[in-house]
Write a protein that binds this ligand. Structure first.
Ligand SMILES: Nc1ncnc2c1ncn2[C@@H]1O[C@H](COP(=O)(O)OP(=O)(O)OP(=O)(O)O)[C@@H](O)[C@H]1O
Length: 319
């Protein structure tokens, strides 16, 4: 419990914005331990704290579970406490992605309504290690290997992850020590999901082969790469401003003079500006844009996701 409380205390002490924090709680062990720690720590720091639980309506008994989480939260002194019932069907993508999208939409709405300083999520160090391993396996670049950020703004609402350096075993022990009975999400153990297989098989195999430090080390790699990625992103922001050729696209000479790591980030940012959806924009698109600069042999336009063509003409990239 001490580790979880300390992590929450650190986050709340450093939080600049006024207003309540809202714990997003599924009823699972990680977010339940987070909610319990927040209920303890926040009043001592003079910070109002509430809880939000989302009922996706996808599993039998989900409404009762959400109500039980909310009832517990009220007894723990959290206020406001809200159960948000969301509709998941009719959204694109698989059911998991649709549920996540609906959940984040609802969390942002409730945070805005309460003028919240942030929404607290229960991702742990183990979740971070799994994320890094999954990213490595799909050949991700430094951004993917940076894992989940400790803080990110979604539509102006800070999403905060205070437990990224807390072991999952600690959240489980904290729940046990408090006599809480967390809910087990069947998806977490369903081998149909890559993350569940990493959790059940891949990470334990790595720990067995390389030692117990592996989980913390993977999370550390994420932190190191997050810092480097942020620095490169800042350089790329400045470089994009430098290579703009007025309204006439980007200067090829300016782009060619940049280090590749900065240039590909500039091209990625510019493609997003031109309307390419980030999720659809792959390394392949960016490599094709880069080839217009560094591998020029008179090739035709590059078609960004969404169909917009980018061509090279008279020393410029035009979108
Ligand atoms: N139904 C929900 N309602 C509110 N918040 C949720 C819900 N589901 C997930 N979250 C938030 O998102 C975080 C990550 O959820 P996810 O299901 O990916 O992870 P988890 O490791 O199973 O977490 P937990 O043990 O808390 O369920 C949770 O810790 C919680 O903060």
């Amino acid at each position: 419990m001490a580790a979880v409380r300390l992590a929450v205390r650190r986050l709340l002490t450093d939080l600049p914005a006024a207003g309540p924090v809202l714990v997003a709680c599924s009823g699972g062990p990680d977010s339940l331990a987070l909610a319990a720690a927040t209920a303890f720590v926040a009043p001592r720091l003079g910070r109002p704290a509430g809880l939000v639980t989302v009922d996706h309506g996808l599993q039998p008994g989900s409404a009762e579970r959400a109500d039980a989480v909310a009832a517990w939260a009220r007894t723990a002194g959290l206020d406001p406490v809200e159960v948000l019932r969301v509709r998941v069907d009719g959204r694109p993508g698989g059911p998991e992605a649709a549920a996540r999208e609906a959940r984040y939409e609802a969390l942002v709405e409730v945070a805005r309504r309460h003028g919240a300083a942030g929404v607290l999520l229960g991702h742990t160090r183990d979740d971070q290690a799994e994320t890094v391993l999954l990213a490595l396996a799909r050949g991700a670049g430094p951004r993917g290997l940076s894992g989940m950020p400790e803080r990110r703004d979604l539509d102006g609402v800070p999403l905060l992850r205070p437990l990224l350096d807390v072991a999952r075993d600690d959240t489980r022990s904290a729940c046990a020590a408090l006599g809480l009975d967390p809910w087990s999400d069947p998806h977490n153990t369903d081998p149909a999901y890559a993350r569940a297989r990493v959790r059940a098989d891949a990470l334990p195999a790595l720990v067995a082969a390389l030692g117990p430090g592996v989980v913390a080390n993977l999370a550390r790699t994420a932190r190191l790469l997050a810092a480097d990625t942020a620095a490169l992103d800042a350089l790329a922001d400045a470089a994009l401003a430098d290579v703009r050729a007025g309204d006439e696209g980007l200067s090829v000479d300016g782009l060619a003079a940049l280090p590749a790591a900065v240039r590909t980030r500039v091209l990625h940012a510019w493609a997003r500006e031109l309307g390419a959806a980030p999720a659809a924009l792959s390394q392949r698109h960016v490599a094709a844009l880069d080839a217009l600069v560094t591998g020029w042999r008179g090739q035709g336009p590059v078609h960004l996701p969404g169909g917009r063509p980018v061509r090279r003409h008279a020393g410029r990239l035009l979108g």
